[in-house]
Design a binder for this molecule. Structure first.
Ligand code: SOE
Length: 386
């Protein structure tokens, strides 16, 4: 069996999620390759050394430049903040490494396009971390839509609501600095529903958006882990230069209408991603915090007995579930990462294209940029104009 040696950049929230996924793939799926967690990389030697030991990596590096040129590495997995993606991905592609990159692909559309061009030129496999596509319930929705059961899609509505920065004293973390993250709630949260919308309903045609920054300055951050952060009491303040919330409407190439909302100011909503699709023969609804379930309405059901039915997508017949537990033994957030890694490793071995790939990352960045432009211009923006 082929061995795939992975070098991963980043070791915090996503680094942990990817490390776990890389360890689990071979244990639950018939992975066509042996995955070797070879080298983990991070700037802070103390931190990366600890992560290497805790997450089960064989070695560590403190410079990604060394990692991407190592001959014993086949795959570069990028989990560092967004401002690091482009340089690492381009260097990795030029060194002939396959690349898995977290979302959003880059700080802006031009950079995303450059990354895609380099990856194509190098002929390597590339995948982007739109992990919610890999929830079995989302895959089931896709199968139902493709089978024609809900008919012609008319509406799509999606929201991604969090509440972790409502306190004006919550520090200025990297997710609030444009030069590091590219875009705020739209790029961090909206990127996921833009991708899900494209996956389930096809490409966007035009968008009309509005963005808002409620808290304009925050104390400089001292420590951050996951989505928790702290600042010193006497910390200086810095400017928030990304959106706290974004709302937009969209028209799809197939004529459907979409309504979208991304915010980190929805009190009580922790990681509330939801998407609903209405076709002329049925409707489908997915709520991430109940990620094992799909709500399905079929207009073909018998009159008098119609209504939304709740499908628990946990049986062996449901996508990916054959690999886990008996029916009804639910799975969670981390499993979406295992599924995406399984697909990526399978693509490398089979030679087939990985999906979603950098082209999907570019399309997502195109929609993000169109929404930002539309919000500045206070007018609709056609996706094809970018
Ligand atoms: C933070 O808002 C975050 O962790 C995102 O960066 C992830 O992509 C999303 O899955 C959960 O929320």
């Amino acid at each position: 069996m082929k061995t795939i040696n992975v070098g991963m950049v980043g070791y915090k929230f996503m680094g942990k999620a990817h490390s776990n996924a890389l360890s689990r793939v071979g244990m639950f799926f018939d992975c066509p390759a042996q995955i070797n967690k070879a080298v983990i990389c991070g700037r802070d030697e103390e931190g990366v050394k600890k992560a290497a030991a805790k997450f089960g990596w064989q070695a560590y590096e403190t410079k990604w430049q060394n990692l991407v040129s190592r001959e014993d590495i086949d795959v570069i997995d990028i989990t560092a903040p967004s401002d690091a993606h482009k340089a690492i991905a381009i260097a990795a592609a030029q060194n002939g490494k396959h690349i898995f990159c977290e979302k959003p692909l880059a700080l802006n559309l031009d950079d995303a396009r450059e990354m895609l061009a380099e990856a194509r030129k190098a002929g390597i496999k590339h995948q982007i971390g739109f992990n919610y596509r890999f929830a079995p319930a989302v895959r089931l929705m896709k199968d139902i839509i493709d089978s024609g059961k809900i008919g012609t899609i008319r509406h799509l509505r999606a929201s991604y609501l969090q509440d972790f920065i409502i306190d004006p004293e919550f520090p200025l973390v990297w997710r609030l600095r444009k030069e590091v993250c590219g875009s705020g709630s739209l790029g961090d949260l909206g990127a996921h529903f833009i991708d899900l919308a494209r996956y389930l309903a096809g490409d966007f045609k035009s968008v009309t958006g509005m963005q808002k920054t409620f808290i304009k300055s925050r104390p400089l951050v001292e420590n951050m882990t996951g989505l928790s952060a702290s600042a010193r009491e006497d910390a200086a303040r810095g400017e928030v230069n990304v959106d706290d919330a974004t709302a937009f409407v969209a028209e799809f190439q197939n004529g459907a209408l979409g309504v979208f909302e991304a915010t980190r100011f929805a009190q009580g909503h922790k990681n509330d991603l939801s998407i609903e699709i209405n076709g002329d023969k049925g409707s489908l609804k997915f709520v991430f915090e109940r990620m094992n379930e799909v709500q399905y309405f079929s207009a073909d059901d018998e009159e008098g007995l119609q209504g939304f039915r709740l499908i628990q997508a946990t049986e062996g017949v449901h996508p990916y579930m054959y690999a886990w537990w008996p029916a009804g033994h639910v799975i969670g957030y981390e499993h979406t990462f295992v599924h995406e890694m399984y697909e990526f490793m399978s693509a490398i071995v089979s030679g087939k294209a990985a999906s979603p790939d950098f082209a999907d990352g570019v399309e997502c960045s195109r929609v993000i940029e169109a929404v930002e432009l539309s919000s500045q211009r206070r007018a609709a923006v056609d996706i094809d104009s970018l």
